[in-house]
Design a binder for this molecule. Sequence first.
Ligand SMILES: [Zn+2]
Ligand SMILES: [Zn+2]
Length: 397
Amino acid sequence: MTKTLLSDLKSGEAELIAIRRDIHKHPETAFEENRTSDIVAERLTAWGIPIHRGLAKTGVVGTLKGKRPGQRVIGLRADMDALNLQEKNGFAHCSVNPGKMHACGHDGHTAMLLGAARHLAGNPDFAGIVHFIFQPAEESEGGARVMIEEGLFDKFPCDAVYGMHNMPGLPVGQFAIRPGPLTAASDTWTVTIKGTGGHGAMPDQGTDPTMPAAQFVLATQTIIGCNVPPNDTAVLSVGHIAAGNYNAANVIPATVTIRGTARSYAPATRDLLERRLGELARSLAAAHGCEAEYHYLRRYPPVVNTKEQTEVAVAAAGMTGGAAKVGTACSPNTGGEDFAFMLQKKPGAYIMIGNGGDANGGCAHVHTPLYDFNDEILTMGTAYWVNLVSKELGVEG
Ligand SMILES: [Zn+2]
Ligand SMILES: [Zn+2]
């Protein structure tokens, strides 16, 4: 990182820490990020960046034009939402909203993108336009999809889009990225097997949905073992089974509901999971005189980084922390990420920034009650965004 950039960013670090901790203390979940988006809008406006509000309810887009001539337009995206989780940290910026917590670091993502907006507003030495996209509802409601449906890229056309997420366990100062799939398609399925149920002492008098239900649970893994191509990969997990009444162990229930998640990378494998789960549910139910209702919900597509933009991101991360600190051979992970919807529309790249290990103070895994975003990386992440803009829009176009 150049000395001027580093010293510039260091002098603004205290403000970013204050913003980050303030957002952490007041977490807001899907489409209710009103206070958070007020902070974002107020800061951007104070730095002279025109804003648009209201996409996907709480979305904010700031637009900054470089002082050099150029036609290229890029979008930088941060997510703003928290999770429905009770925080168990004891520090001063611990959540004051019961049952809600910034356990994924979106408070830090918001602060880092604000840091970049502040720096670039003061140093607009680039050619083209940057849209700072602050989106709601990443965790489960697909805020990125809603912003797009409500006209994000019609109002703010972009030639490329970029995203970033912190990664606990990856040391501070390091980045990880890969071309191609980085996160999985994340889907939810529900099977309800219906029989007659009946008296537990007389199973022959009716049909028992617990038998095909048990067989179905085991059979899901034959999809992974027998149907998914051996050089591809997928995950099927059961997350919920419900049937009968705990206080009526002598009653065969009439229905069994089984719900789970499906993760995949290749579109054909995603289709395969959807088809085979239904085939198994219906055929196993039929074999026992029962019926199956089946529903497969496609939630998030996989994040797929384009080659050219991945190279730009790698170069920007290398400018930030040194080329040796940028890993480009990480395995795709099976988590879901709704930035994938933006990457379905535009070329772009999503990068992971090291949040450090457990040792440096409460930075445990994301989605756990003791997690906290590591303030040490605020400057690093801000510098990545600034360097990315100079890589993308540094030459006249
Ligand atoms: Zn998360
Ligand atoms: Zn997250």
